[in-house]
Write a protein that binds this ligand. Structure first.
Ligand code: 4AD
Ligand code: MG
Length: 445
């Protein structure tokens, strides 16, 4: 008699009943006349029990020598077991092998530790392991929650082009390509300039897509291809932007906890109390660049950081790590020296050497996850900035137009999804936060 098909994640609905699971053999232990195969199906893992005496001989023999990652369809009875990680075990009754992995070529990712380069070289198979799958599920939740925040707060999603004639974030990290005849095109570094145009059409907009930077640095925070979500709002100032960024991050963390508490987060090894602390009552701390500099100066004097921070310089990774480690919520550092920031940032009217910008630094040393600012709204100043940065005026004419036809104060930010995933999952490196990472030295698989 037919058993209903279930996923492992929802198997509790079938307690005491027979179900069919479709998945893969993840692990196999045996003790003589008893087999303990662990199955996975993408939604979770479950251990099966196969006593030789209780099942047809063919079932026992099929599972006994079965190679890991062979695809299988298994039928059995669901039994609650409080000792099992998923809360349930499967008394196996029948099994069909869909494809058996060849004994001579076993699945290359063994359950024991393998080196990172080996794992990255086999990323197409590594993604199957439960922890990596869990990270990808959290990534999907973060992406959904991020878009949901804007979708439910009156923003219109407008998709900027990926092939662009101009640079947004400086010219040193551009991927260049030929665009027919004599033209050059660049892979976009940020959708910002384009969504400034759509913000002046629609008021509140966002973009969400892949962005590219020819990062020559090998760090644990940099990819050459990453996903960025960027809101842009007409008539919003820096203070409004910071408030919005806080609401946005709170929404994401709330959704991640709601969806993955006790399950994926546990499997990944993330301390959930750290996530609870982010959304606990109390506003995110805010520091000006000057205040952050003073904090670093004291830290250096007290021997807590190795290198002094030079006033006027951007913060390095160790600086960001120190600043953010002082709080258990993300910290917003605002009003950096204009000289270390992008050409499009509005000067602070109270101190024009400073930009009306904000970087959000994640706790636990994760560094910058969000960068944003109020934008220059004067035509003359923006033109001067483009020239001073040695950018080609012709390619920016359309962008300057925005300051000619009903210019308004406006603000926006960008958040890199991978940085956010690394932070919320507590990962060492962004290479595990995206299905197939692109870095300086890797474009395979
Ligand atoms: O601070 P960035 O360079 O800001 C911009 O691109 C603005 N145009 C965004 C805007 O205002 N609309 O980048 C924004 C975020 C960073 O805070 C970081 O999270 C991420 O993008 N990011 C990267 N993530 C992974 N790898 C890289 N190479 C990244 N570069 C930036
Ligand atoms: Mg930045």
């Amino acid at each position: 008699n037919e058993a209903p098909v279930s996923t492992i994640a929802t198997i509790g609905q079938h307690e005491g009943q027979r179900v069919t699971l479709r998945g893969w053999l993840y692990n196999l232990r045996s003790s003589g006349k008893l087999l303990f195969p662990t199955f996975r199906d993408g939604s979770g893992t479950i251990q099966g029990i196969v006593p030789k005496a209780a099942v047809p001989e063919i079932v026992f023999e099929t599972l006994k020598g079965l190679t890991l990652e062979s695809s299988v369809v298994v039928t059995g009875k669901v039994r609650a077991d409080s000792r099992a990680p998923s809360g349930y075990e499967l008394d196996v009754e029948d099994v069909t092998v869909t494809q058996r992995v060849d004994d001579a070529n076993p699945f290359p990712i063994q359950l024991k530790e393998a080196g990172v380069e080996f794992l990255m070289e086999h990323r197409h198979l590594w993604v199957r392991t439960p922890r990596q799958s869990a990270i990808l599920r959290v990534r999907a939740t973060i992406m959904r929650a991020a878009a949901e925040y804007f979708d439910t707060n009156g923003y219109t999603r407008t998709d900027p082009p990926i092939l662009t004639p101009n640079a947004c974030e400086g010219t040193s990290e551009l991927f260049e390509m030929d665009y027919f005849d004599d033209e050059k095109a660049y892979l976009t570094q940020s959708g910002q300039l384009y969504i400034e145009a759509t913000a002046l059409a629609l008021g509140k907009v966002y973009s969400f897509g892949p962005t590219f930077r020819a990062e020559k640095s090998k760090t644990r925070r940099h990819l050459t291809e990453f996903w960025m979500i960027e809101p842009e709002v007409a008539y919003m100032d820096l203070e409004g932007l910071m408030e919005m960024a806080e609401g946005f991050l709170r929404h994401i963390v709330t959704k991640v906890l709601e969806t993955h508490r006790g399950a994926d987060l546990k499997l990944i090894g993330k301390d959930e109390a750290k996530l609870e602390a982010i959304i606990a009552e109390g506003a995110f701390p805010k520091l000006t660049y000057d205040e952050a500099h003073a904090m670093l100066k004291d830290a250096y004097a007290a021997g807590k950081i190795e290198k002094p921070h030079e006033y006027g310089d951007d913060f390095g990774s160790p600086d960001e790590t120190y600043i953010s480690s002082q709080y258990d919520k993300p910290v917003m550092v605002h009003r950096y020296p204009a000289a270390v920031k992008a050409f499009y940032m509005q000067p602070d009217p109270k101190d024009p050497a400073k930009a009306l910008c904000v970087d959000v630094l994640a706790p636990e040393g994760y560094g910058e996850i969000i960068g944003g600012s109020q934008r220059v709204d004067s035509y003359d100043l923006l033109k001067k900035r483009i020239e001073a940065h040695g950018l080609p005026l012709a390619a920016f004419q359309w962008y300057l137009d925005l300051r000619k036809y009903g210019s308004v104060p406006h603000s926006g930010f960008g958040m890199g999804i991978e940085r956010c995933v690394a932070w919320l999952c507590g990962l060492e490196h962004v290479r595990e936060t995206i299905p197939f990472a692109r870095t300086l030295n890797r474009i395979y698989p």
